[in-house]
Every structure is written in C-alpha cells, then in structure tokens.
Design a protein around this ligand. Structure first.
Ligand code: HEC
Length: 274
C-alpha cells in the first residue's frame, strides 16, 4: 500500500468566506425571484447577444459573398445523393454494421409504401389496407408496443383496450373498444392491421372535420405504430381466447384449467362499442 501524505485538516473555507458566499447566494436569488411569473413587454435581456444573433444564411437566400449571388452552393461533381449508391450487404465484411446501415437507410428513405403507409395499391389501381403487419413481429416489438400503448392510448382506451380509460370516460366521443369484434376481424376494413396503423398515426376525423381522436405522429414513428398494432392483437387475444385456442404444448405447460379460468370471458358481457 502506498502512503500518501494526508493534507492538513484545516477547513477549506474560513467562516468569513462562507458568510460572504451565503450573502452572495441570497443576493443572486433576488433577481430570479423577482422575475418569476411576471410579464413584461420589454425586450428580453441578452446575456450572450452573439449567441442570440448569429450570422447565418437561410436556405435559398441571396448573398453577395459568392460570385453567383446565391447562398446555396452547387453540388460538387460526382457527388452521390444519400442512399442512392448500390450497397451489397452480403459482400460487406461487417454484416451487423451493414444491416444496421441498411435499416437506417430504409427508415430515412421511407420508400416502402406498405411499411410507411399501411396500404397497398391493388391491381385495379385502388389502395387498400394491409391485412397484416409488414415487418417481422418479435417479442421485443410487442413489448415496445405495450410501452407506447401504456403511454399514449391507455388514458382513453384503458389498459384492457376496452375503451374505459379515465380520460376516455369523460371524452366527448366514446373511445372504441379495441378488443371488440370490429377490430378483430381482418376481413373487415377496421380489423386490418393497416387500418389500425393509420388510425394510430392520423387519429379519427369525422366527415365534417371534427377530430374525435388525436393522431400520434408527433410521438410515434411508423415502427412504433406497427408495434402498437402488434400489442393490440395481443390484447385482443388475451381477452377473447379460450382454452381450446392453446396448442396441446401450451395446455400441457399450464395444466388442466378449472372451469372458471378456462374461459375468461365466460359470463362477461361484451363491452359494446361502435
Ligand atoms: C384522447 C382520447 C384518445 C386517445 C389518447 C386515443 N384514442 Fe383511439 N379513439 C378515441 C375515440 C374517441 C375513438 C372513437 C372515434 C369514433 O367515434 O369513431 C377512438 C378510436 C380508435 C380506433 C378505431 C378507429 C375506427 O375508425 O374505428 C382505434 C384503432 C384507436 N382509437 C386506437 C388508438 C390507439 C392505438 C391509441 C394510442 C396510440 C389511441 N387510440 C389513443 C380516443 C382516443
């Protein structure tokens, strides 16, 4: 063990110094307290004016700095637009990196209509909603969906998805019961994954333009929206399923059910909505 010389145990601040510090702290609190909650039409104080008012150019602005009078500089010769270059993932030495790069690139380009709009163009030229989630569903994805659902949807639609959230009960329009048959049945327009996806991002609008449910584009990206769709499907399964829906393996794992636990819906009335 190395012995380091202990510094002398003199207090680092003398009593006079700490009194001065306390006074300084008290004084500096006065202007802060004075500003709280007050409104003024005077121009704001600028402590760093050069940060507030920086020299900059806006896009497309004119400038006499460059000979051509434009701020925008011409693209250098042979420049390649982002993500337009050929890229062979298989040929890349670092596969994980290459796949990550391609995922990032796809997210930026959004050139997959199915994934980013939830719709496909049919042979007749009309768009229709996708029946199923167009990306691979994983456990992590469902958990992500649950996390986002519990933040953004629970207030109105409730933890069970039945539309009985605390805000939902007082909302001007009754929130839909997302575990109801309308949203389970994929042969139905409102039961398609693409429709649910679109609702999450754009909300629900009445024909007269009234917003009945806000959209969540500002908070959820497309991957989040698909994750929420996946979670909605698990909520539906969790409510309306019976012992017979389980595979023999799953039944064996859980053991024989008591009559009451065999069917969670037994005796319950269907929470009706829209
Ligand atoms: C502020 C309350 C509120 C929040 C939060 C909310 N919704 Fe809704 N939602 C509603 C209402 C109200 C309706 C019913 C609109 C109507 O009358 O058609 C609805 C309807 C729906 C529908 C059915 C749409 C249709 O056309 O049938 C889906 C699906 C849905 N919500 C999903 C969600 C999801 C997922 C979230 C979270 C991302 C969410 N909602 C958040 C209020 C809300």
């Amino acid at each position: 063990m190395t012995t380091t010389p202990t510094p002398s145990t003199k207090p680092s601040t003398s009593p006079g110094k700490s009194l001065g510090l306390a006074l300084l702290a008290a004084l500096s609190a006065i202007p802060l307290a004075g500003c709280r909650g007050e409104r003024t039409d005077a121009s704001p104080r600028q402590f760093f004016p050069d940060m507030d008012k920086q020299q900059r150019w806006d896009p497309q602005e004119a400038s006499d700095f460059f000979a051509d009078g434009r701020v925008a500089r011409p693209t250098p010769e042979h420049a390649v637009a982002f993500a337009s270059a050929e890229f062979d993932v298989a040929a890349h030495a670092d596969k994980a990196w290459a796949e990550g790069y391609m995922a990032e690139r796809a997210a930026m380009l959004k050139d997959n209509d199915a994934v980013y709009t939830g719709k496909v163009v049919e042979s007749d030229g009309f768009e229709s909603y996708l029946d199923a989630i167009p990306v691979t569903v994983s456990r992590e994805m469902i958990e992500r969906g649950q996390h986002q659902y519990n933040i953004y949807c629970v207030a109105c639609h409730g933890f069970a998805g039945d539309g009985a959230g605390m805000v939902g009960k007082k909302w001007s329009y009754p929130p839909a019961n997302l575990t109801g048959e309308v949203y389970r049945d994929r042969t139905n327009r409102q039961g398609k994954d693409g429709y649910l996806f679109e609702t999450i991002l754009n909300g629900v609008w009445a024909p007269d333009g009234t917003n009945k449910m806000p959209g969540y584009k500002h908070a959820l990206n497309e991957m989040d929206a698909w994750a929420v769709v996946a979670y909605l499907r698990t909520l539906q399964k969790a409510r309306g399923s019976s012992w017979e829906d389980l595979t023999p393996d799953q039944q064996a794992k859980l053991g024989r059910p008591t009559p009451a636990s065999a069917s969670p819906e037994a005796g319950a009335t269907e929470g009706g909505n829209s």
